[in-house]
Design a protein around this ligand. Structure first.
Ligand code: NI
Ligand code: MN
Length: 229
């Protein structure tokens, strides 16, 4: 069974697996690097890592238009419900649930999570998704490196999506350390080149990944997809 990841720009990803579309951290209409508009994206599920605008801006409008179920921290689900999102699935750190697209577990992330209007978004999170065919995919969300990443990699991780932009999240140096802890087969960079403050040379980063870790880097441009079996 083929699964694919499409980078829509910044930290917005579309995972397609088992015929299901899972949209991660939708930030499109206000995103200078977005490859499409919020009104054009399809989703069965919307997965949110934390409450910042560059991860949640288009979640309510996309969920309302598509009827997608939003999966997020409890506090974010409450906030989206109050904004007209009909279907939410609240979770929190350490918890896992079997969804039609795989088993999703919530992990820690070292960051913050205030919602755009100042409401409390709970704890920021990352996700480990075990796909139907058994491969594990790690979405780190916005975070610095943390030693528990070693524990996340105890069971093999096939694909890791890590921020490399620096300033708000880990940068290239810390991402190399993270890859050494997680030991994924494939790593895709995220959360960079949206604005000058998080500009990074992804080609140079990929060279470092090849030389300093055992992972294979896959660098996409916004709108590009990568698929695996
Ligand atoms: Ni953030
Ligand atoms: Mn962010």
């Amino acid at each position: 069974m083929t699964s694919s990841l499409t980078w829509l720009g910044h930290a917005t990803w579309l995972l397609e697996t088992a015929g299901i579309k899972v949209l991660i951290d939708p930030f499109l209409d206000g995103n200078p690097a977005a490859s499409q508009k919020a009104g054009d994206v399809a989703a069965d599920f919307v997965l949110i890592t934390h409450g910042h605008g560059d991860h949640i801006a288009d979640a309510a409008s996309i969920a309302s238009r598509t009827g997608a179920t939003v999966i997020a921290a409890f506090e974010i689900c409450e906030w989206l419900s109050a904004r007209g999102v009909a279907k939410t699935h609240p979770m929190n750190i350490g918890g896992a649930f079997q969804f039609p697209f795989g088993r999703l577990q919530v992990t820690i992330a070292h960051h913050s999570s205030m919602l755009p209007d100042g409401a409390n978004g709970g704890a920021p999170v990352g996700y480990i998704l075990t796909l139907t065919e058994g491969k594990r995919v790690y979405f780190a969300g916005d975070t610095g490196v943390f030693l528990d990443m070693q524990r996340l990699g105890r069971e093999p991780i096939a694909v890791a999506v890590l921020p490399i932009g620096d300033n708000f999240t880990m940068g290239p140096d810390e991402s190399i350390e993270a890859i050494q802890l997680i030991r994924p087969e494939i790593v895709l960079p995220s959360h960079y080149n949206t604005w000058p403050v998080i500009a990074q040379d992804a080609g140079r980063w990929a060279e470092r990944v090849r030389h300093e870790t055992a992972a294979r880097p896959v660098v996409l441009q916004p709108g590009e997809s990568w698929s695996w079996n």
